[in-house]
Design a protein around this ligand. Sequence first.
Ligand code: NI
Length: 163
Amino acid sequence: MAIRTIREYGDEVLTRVCKEVKESTPRIKELVSDMFDTMYEANGVGLAAPQVGILKRIVVIDTTGEDPHVLINPQILETDGEQTGYEGCLSLPGKSGVVTRPNYVKVRAYDADLKEYELEGTELLARAICHELDHLDGHMYVDLVEGELVNNEDLNREQDTEE
Ligand code: NI
């Protein structure tokens, strides 16, 4: 188990286009395992390899804490619908912003053994897939935010008041 350092917004590595993974190696498997450890430790639901400084097309996602997915060389096959809601990123801690994403996503990817599979997601999983795949092309959600970024503390206060 190893926790890697999460690169933050403004780091040039987060603006680069990542390279395809050509073969499954012990190093790739170790990276995937470290990415899960790093994501869980930071209480995130997704993490892309460039966020730990590695320019490879690898993403890990777990939106429930019991549903881990590794997506290598992922490609979106289909999207449907729309959802608008708050989104955050481990590379921009403490902030959120409103982003519109598809409500359904179907993606083809490879697992850590480079075995091809398909994954379908709705709601948070669809949002996480879109968010993480954007990282592989050097894009961050801040460019898609409608309105202003907000501090999570203010957001929590707002939600408390609503209840
Ligand atoms: Ni992110």
